[in-house]
Design a protein around this ligand. Structure first.
Ligand code: BGC
Length: 497
């Protein structure tokens, strides 16, 4: 072999070696990065575990807090608000009533025509509008003027057959889905805001007064006959169609529950004992907190950076406003520490609330073999292209961890209510049937979440009791329920009898 040939061969071999080393190093680097990603996810998964034993502790804590909240005002993180609803609809309600449903990203105006005994809901019509973000953090007048203007439009467009006889005022059920300290069936003060609303000058104000002033400014002649939380509306709407409804749960942007309590079990109630002996309680369970809740560093960070730090902790682990945001936070960590989306952290992934729960749900339910939906969502929302199947699987796994924890905690919450009502143990002659009226976009559209919630509750209750619990989706029950309650509290009721 010539000398030059030997040199070339040696150099060539060295180059091959160096390239091979680089490839091995790159692979090792890649695999150790992947290992880091898996480690982050496993750690998160472990912290999110909700074994049955843990859920039972959460349920017990919920029951204890319910007692404390009923005992005295401010006795618990659970407000256990008195609603002044001591009678749920009977089916005799008759006439045309309106409802205004404000509580999340959208609000609705409804007109419901009730047909009295056996007549049911003869007719219903609604208009929906979204609340501009600027109004969610603006001032009270701006928000209520906007709502009253929509109401004015709705009424102006209505057919003549719905017009009230001369001298008779239209009556409205106002579903206001935030914590309110009620002083009667149609008055109450705003305690605080949740779900991304923050209108300081409205806190402590009479919410019906604010609406009525705005209606006057916009020329709407209507009387608010009932002020209700969406859970209370859902309970009323649910009861209208299923007589065994005793609990209502909302799982939407926010979360909450209401149920029927014996007045005797409400020490903080000093008013007269109603004929029914019962009162609907708006729990405001979104503000529940317990050392048994499996909180992670991501939850703490989300809470610290929220508009209402330290509040609504249960809501922040279970409801639609937050699930996508928890997922984003874990993905960001995986991107930063394990580089699964490339060497640079995708800038969009740093934007709070960019990943919405409906998108998370779409990814979670992706049944295509190449997880196409996941790939598309990552690309369209987070501008992350060319993701491998392995990466997409990891995203789905994270969706599952976040949604499962939320749904199982919500199930534990319901178990807590059933315990408080004494419906968690079999009775002589068979268990009492309990119908739970459910509503909210999360419950309605996130199938996996709904299934986990329902199955977990049944598992926790055991076979015998499981059959006595029925979940019904009370679609738009809160609006209809508010109209029904306006009807049962109508100022013209006396005239009719
Ligand atoms: C509010 C409740 C409401 C629930 C569901 C929570 O953020 O505090 O009043 O019922 O969301 O809309």
């Amino acid at each position: 072999m010539k000398k030059s040939t030997v040199v070339v061969a040696v150099v060539g071999a060295a180059t091959v070696c160096a390239v091979a080393t680089l490839i091995v190093k790159h692979r090792m680097h890649k695999s150790s990065k992947w290992g880091r990603a898996v480690a982050i996810i496993r750690e998160f998964e472990e912290k999110c575990v909700t074994k049955d034993s843990k859920l039972k502790q959460v349920a017990d804590a919920m029951t204890v807090e319910m007692h404390a909240g009923l005992a005295s005002e401010g006795g618990s993180k659970l407000k256990m608000l008195i609603t002044y609803v001591d009678n749920l609809p009977t089916g005799d309600e008759d006439g045309v009533f309106y409802a205004l449903d404000l509580g999340g990203t959208n609000f609705r105006v409804l007109r419901v025509q009730l047909g009295g005994k056996e007549g049911g809901i003869v007719h219903q019509e609604f208009a929906e509008a979204s609340i501009p973000e600027s109004l969610m953090v603006g001032n009270s007048d701006a928000l209520f003027d906007y709502i009253a203007a929509e109401l004015a439009k709705f009424v102006a467009a209505e057919e003549e057959k719905f017009h009230q006889p001369l001298g008779k005022q239209r009556e409205l059920g106002f579903t206001f889905s935030f914590p309110v300290m009620q002083t009667s069936i149609n008055s109450g003060t705003i305690m605080r805001w949740t779900k991304g609303f923050s209108i300081d000058d409205a806190v402590g104000q009479d919410v019906v007064g604010e609406l009525e002033k705005a209606m006057k400014r916009k020329g709407v002649d209507m009387r608010v006959s009932a002020l209700v939380n969406d859970t209370v509306g859902t309970l009323a709407g649910g009861k209208y169609t299923h007589k065994d409804v005793a609990v209502a749960v909302i799982l939407g942007t926010g979360t909450n529950a209401a149920y029927v309590e014996r007045v005797q079990a409400i020490p903080k109630w000093h008013g007269p004992v109603p004929k029914s002996g019962e009162m609907v309680i708006n729990m405001e369970w979104g503000n529940f907190r317990s050392s048994h809740l499996p909180l992670t560093e991501y939850d703490h960070a989300l809470d610290n950076e929220s508009l209402n730090p330290g509040e609504q902790i249960f809501e922040k682990m279970t409801s639609g406003m937050y699930l996508g945001e928890i997922l984003r936070r874990v993905l960001l960590r995986v991107a930063e520490e394990a580089g699964v989306f490339g060497d640079e952290v995708p800038p969009k992934l740093k934007e709070a609330f960019i990943l919405r729960t409906p998108d998370m749900s779409a990814m979670h339910h992706d049944s295509s073999s190449d997880l196409r939906v996941v790939g598309d969502k990552l690309k369209d929302i987070l501008e992350i292209s060319n993701t491998s199947l392995k990466t997409r699987r990891l995203v789905v796994e994270l969706c599952n961890i976040v949604a499962t924890r939320g749904a199982r905690l919500a199930a534990a919450g319901v178990l807590g209510i059933l315990k408080k009502m004494g419906r968690d143990t079999p009775r002589q002659g068979g268990p009492e049937k309990t119908v739970i009226a459910m509503d909210g976009g999360l419950y309605e559209h996130y199938t996996e979440y709904r299934m986990v919630l329902e199955n977990s509750l049944k598992e926790l209750l055991g076979e015998e009791l499981a059959t006595s619990i029925v979940f019904v989706h009370s679609n738009d029950g809160s609006g209809i329920g508010a109209a029904l309650l306006a009807a049962s509290h109508s100022m013209y009721l006396e005239d009719k009898s």
